[in-house]
Design a protein around this ligand. Structure first.
Ligand code: 4AD
Length: 458
């Protein structure tokens, strides 16, 4: 007999004479004549209760069916007389699949701290919260693909190993087959696997651009890596980024796409994962429902960098980092703008060229570039992008000005040499979107097995 998932059983429209369920025991309660087993199989937040009468086949092993054990239950799906559940299983036979030692199984209590659960990342998906989190994460990934596919964007698989530092920030993890002692100067590099320096990519953008200038609209969605030596709740060394790139598009189109994509993905989770989302609204962040409603229902604010600096310098708040035209907008400033000043997402555009990457389109004022960051409450920056400099002479001059080597960007300049076109794109931090949707405040809690500064386990 084929097993039925609990999500399907809980949504049943009527009794079913014979069902087979397999899952993990959440709790067991015994009386003389029967036992109650609460089972969860990960297919949804809800459990199904099985009533196991003494004496049915397999009943002898019920005493070993403690919290965490995996079991199989066959029986009849009947209307439940109990409160809070429509259906339960009247078992006709049970079997133990995998025992779980009650003295050492770490998930006995109802609630554990996030810090403790991080130390058992291999078991935390068995909790209600992390089960719900990773179902939502999966739903969001699907929503990203659906969004782009419905709009004629092609999914591009950009390489993970690269020779180019897309962001020019030098925060790259090196890829090598050499042992540390062998890495001696240029000769050592020549002896290395690729015969040159190689790194894990910080962004798929430089691969996406040539494809946008061929296929029109593309997106990448994959892992990216950054060796930022900062131990914050929003930075991981390995994270996923969604990077659309559009040909014949400008900064305005880019802002529209970013706002629309975020709204679409949040709405998808609200519609399709409502009960998982409810857990977060109830237990993790009581302001979540209101914030998400506002996020999907109202237009984002759009202000220039210069206006943002003006607002920040007039703010009646003392910031740790100084505010001034030409300085970076720090997380505390981003959060002030989105959380306190506007109370909703803000898109800041036209940043000073000196604090942004070489590829961004230069504005006519000679001081700013067509960059945009989307800032959201509680997180700060969630999207970073720009119109790209499509004019060969301007791009070449900027590369020279920054002392980058035109030689290694020769292929990139070719795209401007042959049939260049205005184009724009951005990177959406996928984990930050999961945080935004769930209200979870630490990036370590939205990644299956997080890799962060000084931390690599499992
Ligand atoms: O603003 P960033 O650095 O943009 C780029 O890399 C561009 N090349 C993207 C593009 O235009 N195609 O990063 C984009 C987003 C950030 O807004 C943030 O959400 C996320 O990626 N991000 C991180 N997320 C988690 N951990 C980190 N260390 C991150 N660094 C960036």
């Amino acid at each position: 007999m084929k097993r039925t998932k609990i999500a399907q059983l809980l949504a049943a429209e009527g009794p079913v004479p014979r069902v087979l369920v397999k899952g993990w025991v959440r709790t067991r309660r015994d009386s003389k004549e029967f036992s109650f087993l609460e089972l969860n199989d990960g297919s949804c937040l809800g459990n199904i209760q099985a009533v196991v009468d003494a004496g049915i086949p397999g009943y002898d092993s019920v005493k070993e069916m403690g919290t965490g054990a995996s079991v199989s239950v066959e029986g009849e799906l009947v209307a439940s007389p109990g409160k809070g559940q429509a259906w339960e299983i009247k078992a006709t036979s049970v079997a133990l699949i995998g025992a779980s030692d009650q003295d050492t199984f770490p998930l006995q209590k109802k609630r554990h701290s996030d810090e403790f659960l991080r130390t058992i990342a291999h078991l935390r998906p068995r909790t209600n919260k992390f089960g719900a989190l990773f179902r939502i994460r999966s739903e969001l990934a699907l929503a990203v693909h659906r969004y782009f596919q419905e709009r004629g964007f092609f999914y591009l698989h950009s390489p993970l190993i690269t020779g180019a530092d897309c962001e020019g920030a030098g925060e790259m993890l090196r890829v090598t087959t050499l042992n540390p002692g062998q890495m001696l100067g240029p000769e050592g590099v020549k002896a290395d696997f690729f015969g040159k320096e190689a790194f894990l990519t910080v962004s798929g953008q430089l691969s996406a651009e040539p494809f946008a200038l061929a296929l029109g609209d593309v997106y990448t969605f994959g892992p990216t890596f950054r060796a930022e030596p900062s131990d914050t709740a929003r930075h991981a060394a390995e994270f996923w980024m969604v990077e659309p790139e559009m040909a014949f598009a400008d900064l305005g189109d880019n802002m529209d796409l970013g706002e629309d994509l975020l709204k679409y993905c949040i709405k998808a989770v609200m519609d399709r994962r409502a009960s998982d989302l409810e857990l977060f609204a109830k237990w993790v962040d009581t302001g979540l429902s209101e914030r998400l409603d506002k996020l999907v229902g109202e237009p984002f604010e759009r202000i220039s960098y210069t206006e943002a600096i003006d607002i920040l310098s007039k703010a009646k708040k003392s910031f740790e980092y100084p505010v001034g035209w030409g300085k970076d907008i720090q997380t505390e400033h981003e959060r002030y703008l989105a959380e306190e000043h506007f109370g909703k997402p803000v898109i800041v555009y036209d940043y000073p060229k000196d604090i942004k990457a070489f590829y961004m389109r230069q504005n006519d004022d000679g001081k700013t570039v067509g960059a945009m960051d989307v800032l959201v409450p509680r997180i700060g920056e969630i999207i970073g992008g720009s119109a790209r400099e499509e004019r060969l002479d301007r791009l070449q001059a900027r590369i020279d000005e920054l002392g980058l080597s035109c030689e290694s960007y020769g292929w990139y300049l070719d795209t401007r040499r042959f049939g260049t076109a205005p184009h724009a794109g951005f990177g959406l931090g996928f984990e930050r979107m999961v945080m935004l949707v769930t209200g979870v405040t630490n990036i370590r809690d939205v990644i299956a097995f997080p890799r962060t500064y000084k931390h690599l386990e499992f």
